[in-house]
Design a protein around this ligand. Structure first.
Ligand code: PBG
Length: 327
C-alpha cells in the first residue's frame, strides 16, 4: 500500500472545532418564520389533529403564544385566518373586522417590533374553498385580482408588515402592488408565493385552516410537481411584477427548485416547509422511529443549503429553543 495516493477529507472532520470552522451553512433564529392559525371565538386553543403541537388560537389566548415566540427569539410570524363565516366571495378576508386584521392589530399593539406577515388568500374565507372567484365551476382569474388586492390593502391598514399572497392567480403580484401603492402602502413588501405546486403535502394545513376545496382541486392554478422550467417562468413574472421575496412551496421535495430560483434571481428566497412535511416527522418521532430534533435541524439546514434565506416552518419555535440551548 506504499504508493497509494488519495485525499484525506476526514482531516477536517476530526474535532468539533474543526467541523465548526468549515461548516458552510448556519441556521439562525432570525431565518425562521413562525406560522400561527387565528380563529374567531373565545378561549380556544384547538390542537390540529393531523399536526400535533400546532394549534388554532382565539385572540384572547393568542398573546401568550406570541410572547413565547418572541421570548424564544423569533422575529417574524405569519398569520393564517380561520373565519367563522364563509361566503361566495370570501368577504371576511377583506373585512376590517376580519380575523387576520384583528389579530394583526392586537399583535402589533403589543409587539411593534415583531414582523407580522399576513397570508393573503381567499380559500379559508370562501364557501367553495377555492383561492379565487368561482363561476359555474370555473375559477376566474381576473375577477379574483380585485378581491385579493382589497384583502392585501385591508391587511396593510391593520398594520401587517408584509403581504404574502398565496393564491396563484396570474397577475396577483401586479394587482396587489398597484392596490397597495394606490392606498399609500408603497413601503409594504410583497412576499409572493411565486412557485407553488399542487401538492399532496398540504393535507394537514387544510384541516387546520378548513380550506379544502369543496369540489375539484387546485390544479388549474397551482403548479404540476413534475415541472421545473415552469418554476423559472413563475418566479420571473412575480419578480417583474414587483415581488420583494419569492416563496418556494413545498420545500422538502423541491430543494432543486429552491436552488434553481436562487441561481436565477437575486431576491430573498423563502422555503415553505409545509404541513405534510411537519406531520410526517411528528408522526415518526412520536413512534420513536427518528430523532425529531436532529431530523428537523438537518432538513431545515438543507433548505438553507439549497439556497433559501428564510424558512417558514411549524417547527420554528422548537428550533429557536434548540438553538438557544446550544448557545
Ligand atoms: C392556500 C394555502 C395552502 C397552504 C397555505 N395556504 C395550500 C393549499 O391549501 O392549497 C398550505 C400550507 C401547508 O401545507 O403548510 N392559500
Amino acid at each position: 500500500m506504499s504508493n497509494l495516493e488519495f485525499r484525506r477529507h476526514r482531516r477536517l472532520r476530526q474535532t468539533p472545532g474543526l467541523r465548526s470552522i468549515v461548516r458552510e451553512t448556519h441556521l439562525h433564529t432570525e431565518d425562521l418564520i413562525y406560522p400561527l392559525f387565528v380563529v374567531e371565538g373565545d378561549n380556544i386553543k384547538n390542537e390540529v389533529p393531523s399536526m400535533p403541537g400546532v394549534f388554532q388560537w382565539s385572540l384572547d389566548r393568542l398573546g401568550k403564544e406570541v410572547e413565547e415566540a418572541v421570548n424564544a427569539g423569533l422575529q417574524t410570524i405569519i398569520l393564517f385566518g380561520v373565519p367563522s363565516e364563509k361566503d361566495e366571495t370570501g368577504s371576511c378576508a377583506y373585512d376590517h373586522q376580519g380575523i387576520v386584521q384583528k389579530a394583526t392589530r392586537q399583535i402589533k399593539e403589543h409587539y411593534p417590533h415583531l414582523t407580522v406577515i399576513a397570508d393573503t388568500c381567499l380559500c379559508q374565507f370562501t364557501d367553495h374553498g377555492h383561492c379565487g372567484v368561482v363561476e359555474d365551476g370555473e375559477i376566474l382569474n381576473d375577477e379574483s385580482l380585485e378581491l385579493l388586492a382589497k384583502t392585501a390593502v385591508s391587511q396593510a391598514e391593520a398594520g401587517a408588515d408584509i403581504i404574502a399572497p398565496s393564491n396563484m392567480m396570474d397577475g396577483f403580484v401586479a394587482a396587489i402592488r398597484q392596490g397597495l401603492d394606490e392606498a399609500g402602502f408603497q413601503n409594504v413588501p410583497i412576499m409572493s408565493y411565486a412557485v407553488k405546486y399542487a401538492s399532496a403535502f398540504y393535507g394537514p394545513f387544510r384541516d387546520a385552516a378548513h380550506s379544502s376545496p369543496k369540489s375539484g382541486d387546485r390544479k388549474t392554478y397551482q403548479m404540476d410537481p413534475a415541472n421545473r422550467r415552469e418554476a423559472f417562468r413563475e418566479a420571473q413574472s412575480d419578480a417583474e411584477e414587483g415581488a420583494d421575496f419569492l416563496i418556494i412551496k413545498p420545500a422538502l421535495s423541491y430543494l432543486d427548485i429552491i436552488r434553481d430560483v436562487r441561481n436565477s434571481h437575486n431576491l430573498p428566497i423563502v422555503a415553505y416547509n409545509v404541513s405534510g412535511e411537519y406531520s410526517m416527522i411528528k408522526a415518526a418521532a412520536q413512534n420513536g422511529w427518528i430523532n425529531e430534533k436532529e431530523v428537523v435541524l438537518e432538513k431545515i439546514t438543507s433548505m438553507k443549503r439549497a439556497g433559501a434565506d428564510l424558512v417558514l416552518t411549524y417547527f420554528a419555535k422548537d428550533i429557536a429553543g434548540w438553538l438557544n440551548d446550544s448557545k
